[in-house]
Design a binder for this molecule. Structure first.
Ligand SMILES: C[S@@+](CC[C@H](N)C(=O)[O-])C[C@H]1O[C@@H](n2cnc3c(N)ncnc32)[C@H](O)[C@@H]1O
Length: 282
C-alpha cells in the first residue's frame, strides 16, 4: 500500500525563508543546529543568536559524547537537519564515515553546502524516512538522532531500524522530549502536542514515557543503561525561541509563540522532560 509522503516540519519553511533573506539572528542561532540549547546555568538569558548557537553546539556534543563517537567510526545521523551534528563531528574527530538522513531535500542541500569534510572524514547525504532506512543490516558503529524522534511516524519502527542498521555492540544516542508519569495525563488533557502544535511544529508525538521508551528499545535488541534528564539546562531555550518567532511575523507566528510557551510551562512544571538517551545494540 502506498503511504502519503511525509512532510518536513512547517517551521523549516519559515526558517529557510529567513536564511535565504540573510536574517543575521536566524542564521547565527539556527543556521547550523536546529534544536534546543544546553546551558550550565538554567537561569542564563541568551541575548544573541551567537549565544544561542554556543548552547546548541553544547547540546549536540552531549548527545554525541553519550554514544560516544570516536575516530574512525561509521556514523549515521538520522533527522540530520542542516548537518549541524555532522559538522560538529567533522571538526572534532578524524576518519569518520558520516551519513546524514533527512526527509527534506532542501535541508540536505544546505547540509551538503555547509559541511566540507576535513580531518580525513567523509560525508554522504541521503533523502529517506527514519522509519525506512535505506541501508543494509549491521552497517554503523553509531546512530544519532538529535531532537527529531518525536517527529518520526513511529518511535517503535525507528528504534527497530536503528537496531537493524547498527553493528552488534553499536551505540544509539539521541535527545527527545519524554513526559513524566504525571505529565502523560496532563499533556493529553491540555492537548499539548495537539492541533495548534501540528500547525506550527508539525507532527509531534511527545507521549512516550520513560518506561515505554525503555521497553520499546529493549524489544528491538537494545540494552538501555542510561537516560539522562537535562531539562533544567534547556530552559533558557524557550524565551529565546518565543522572542525570535514573534519577530519573524510569518503567517502563524502567534501559533509558534503560544505552542512554545505551552512547551515551556510543561517543562517548568515537570510534565515534559528533555532527555539524552543512549543504548547498546546487543
Ligand atoms: C528539530 S529538527 C533537528 C535537526 C537536526 N537533528 C539538528 O539537530 O539540527 C528535526 C529534524 O527531523 C527531520 N525529520 C522529521 N521527520 C523525519 C523522518 N520521518 N525521517 C527523517 N527525518 C525527519 C526534520 O526534517 C528535521 O530536520
Amino acid at each position: 500500500m502506498a503511504h502519503a509522503p511525509i512532510e518536513p516540519p512547517p517551521y523549516f519553511d519559515a526558517l529557510l525563508e529567513r536564511l535565504a533573506e540573510g536574517d543575521p539572528e536566524a542564521t547565527a542561532a539556527l543556521g547550523r543546529h536546529v534544536h534546543w540549547g544546553y546551558w550550565s546555568d538554567p537561569d542564563a538569558i541568551p541575548c544573541t543568536g551567537a549565544d544561542y548557537a554556543v548552547a546548541a553546539e553544547e547540546l549536540c556534543r552531549r548527545v554525541c559524547d553519550a554514544a560516544p563517537v570516536r575516530d574512525g567510526m561509521r556514523v549515521l545521523d538520522v533527522g540530520c537537519g542542516f548537518g549541524g551534528t555532522i559538522a560538529s563531528l567533522n571538526e572534532r574527530f578524524q576518519n569518520l564515515d558520516m551519513t546524514g538522513v533527512n526527509i527534506d531535500p532542501r535541508q540536505l542541500a544546505r547540509a551538503a553546502e555547509m559541511v566540507a569534510p576535513i580531518n580525513g572524514n567523509r560525508t554522504a547525504w541521503v533523502e529517506a524516512d527514519a522509519c525506512a532506512l535505506p541501508f543494509a543490516d549491521d552497517q554503523f558503529d553509531v546512530v544519532l538522532a538529535v531532537e527529531c524522534v518525536f517527529h518520526f511516524p513511529s518511535r517503535a519502527t525507528f528504534l527497530a531500524e536503528a537496531s537493524r542498521v547498527l553493528k552488534p555492540g553499536g551505540r544509539l544516542a539521541l535527545s527527545d522530549f519524554v513526559p513524566s508519569a504525571e505529565g502523560l495525563d496532563a499533556l493529553r488533557k491540555h492537548d499539548i502536542g495537539g492541533s495548534e502544535t501540528r500547525d506550527s511544529y508539525g507532527a509531534v508525538n511527545i507521549l512516550c514515557g520513560e518506561p515505554e521508551y525503555r521497553a520499546l528499545a529493549q524489544s528491538v535488541g537494545f540494552i538501555v543503561p542510561a537516560i539522562e534528564d537535562i531539562t533544567p539546562h534547556t530552559l533558557p531555550t524557550y524565551k529565546f525561541i518565543r522572542n525570535m518567532a514573534a519577530r519573524w511575523q510569518a503567517t502563524g507566528a502567534d501559533a509558534y509563540v503560544r505552542t512554545t510557551r505551552r512547551l515551556e510551562v510543561s517543562s517548568r512544571v515537570g510534565w515534559l522532560r528533555y532527555m539524552i538517551f543512549n543504548a547498546t545494540r546487543s
